[in-house]
Design a protein around this ligand. Sequence first.
Ligand SMILES: [Zn+2]
Length: 282
Amino acid sequence: MKVLDADCTKGFMQLSEDGWQHNYHERNGGNLSYRMKPEEVEAVREEFTYTREWKEIGASVPTLAGEHFMVTGSGKFFQNVTRHPEDSFCITEIDETGTKYRIVWGLVNGGRPTSEFPSHLMNHAVKKRVTDGRFRVIYHAHPVNVIALSFILPNDGIVWTRELWESMTECPIIFSEGVGVLPWMVPGGADIAVRTSELMETYNVAIWAHHGMFCAGDTFDNTFGLFHTVEKAAEILLKVLSVTKEKRQTITPENFRQLQTDPTFSSQFPVTLDEKFLYEKK
Ligand SMILES: [Zn+2]
């Protein structure tokens, strides 16, 4: 089977196009990676070549040894992923030590995986462990409202979680574990990779203040859906804050507890919300 005919490739390209259409990517902003299933690798292996050299990852991820990742290229534009796929992303193989990678398909005109590849791989390593291998997608982009909100809210995941939950009833269901937040940091380096992977132990969303958002998920649809939900909640909150500093009414801590105790609702959408997010506001 050709790589471009595989369902996982179609999912990868669909998410990229959706992100572009939603204005999450300007120029070469953002990056996406997918940890391929063994059977997906075998199905397209006939198109792989092994002539390109092994390169240092810049991080050590021994639990990902031998895995294959589909990943966007450094400097490549998301708007071109569906238009020029073989030039825009690649499939990489991780070596047996988990310290090197080589490109086995794609980036036909040269190039390398995104500069955030070490961050992606460290996050994949965490998510593979804490979800027993279920999570396969890591997505980073620059959504307008989340970035704008990072100039207003404190760099505190508890405050962000509570404010986003209050903005839209679905939020505590979609990201019941909350969101993590990092202050501004230099992108592409080891520090931001380590700090983000620490957040990924608990959360599926990491906000990078004044930069963007990282999301992890099991499928392309769920990962993009999570990203979209957080960004939409941020847009609603920003609109409210643009009009008034004081909300006339909102979803209260007691309302959130009702989501967990209402027999009809909780039987369909069982959810556990940490009380630390349901603090009394002054
Ligand atoms: Zn970025």
